[in-house]
Design a protein around this ligand. Structure first.
Ligand code: ADE
Length: 240
């Protein structure tokens, strides 16, 4: 299976916990691959890597799509997981450090195209693999993951999030889901909450404060998720 991640700080705890070793990329992309064996299953953690122009982690949808394409092309995983941090809503019961798995579909909340057909294309609605069994087994919350290329949100974003029932807000999953669907690989997301979108404290401040804690929680859940699917992949695939 492949786990696609955007930030090095998000990836480091899971890479260390499963003892993954880095393998050469042989690609012009800044992506970094870390591989490990879990039970009878090969795991590759694909991290977007540093943006060569700006020297920061390559967050957002372009890098997520390229990394997903590259990890599928090179490693042919049977399952792709988009893993990282995200915002949640206290009005919907989210708490800092909660870990959600995706339900139903992945949507974009910043692609508004008011032309028949293109409006639905903009939103995406790419399918999530069925995470019901995983969530029950691990005691995780489930929700619709909504993606944009901004950490904050405009009033139009807020309207689209409400219209599409978004529960978890982040910057990559819909792009990962888009590529996984093109490639015919089942995919879902695991996202740890760093910030509450409807809290009075600025999102960037909450994110910075809680990134390390959320990344540790994410790693704990990813280890158990890999264990859960290492068994079902070995038996013929996830409950997609
Ligand atoms: N990543 C972590 N928190 C986020 C938020 N509120 N919006 C988008 N991406 C995030």
């Amino acid at each position: 299976m492949a786990v696609v991640m955007a930030m090095e700080a998000e990836a480091r705890p899971i890479v260390e916990r499963i003892g993954a070793r880095e393998v050469e990329g042989a690609t012009p992309l800044p992506v970094r691959f870390f591989v490990a064996r879990a039970g009878d299953c090969d795991v590759v953690i694909a991290v977007n890597g540093r943006d060569p122009r700006h020297g920061v982690d390559s967050i957002g949808t372009e890098a997520a799509a390229l990394t997903t394409w590259e990890v599928i092309r090179r490693f042919a995983p049977e399952l792709v997981i988009s893993a990282g941090t995200a915002g949640g809503w206290q009005a919907k019961g989210a708490c800092i450090g909660d870990v959600y798995v995706s339900s139903d579909v992945f949507v974009h909340h910043d692609r508004r195209i008011a032309i028949a057909g293109f409006d639905a294309y903009g939103v995406g609605r790419y399918p999530s693999a069925d995470t019901t069994g995983l969530a029950e087994s691990l005691g995780l919350k489930r929700g619709v993951v909504t993606t944009s290329n901004s950490l904050d949100e405009s009033d139009d974003d807020r309207r689209m999030i409400a219209a599409n029932g978004g529960d978890v807000k982040e910057m990559e999953a819909a792009a990962v889901a888009y590529v996984a669907e093109l490639a015919g690989v089942p995919m879902f997301a695991v996202k740890a909450i760093t910030d509450l979108v409807d809290h009075h404290t600025a999102t960037a401040e909450q994110f910075t404060e809680n990134l390390a804690l959320a990344s540790e929680r994410l790693a704990e859940v990813l280890v158990r998720t890999i264990g859960f699917f290492a068994v079902s992949v070995g038996n013929g695939g996830p409950d997609a």
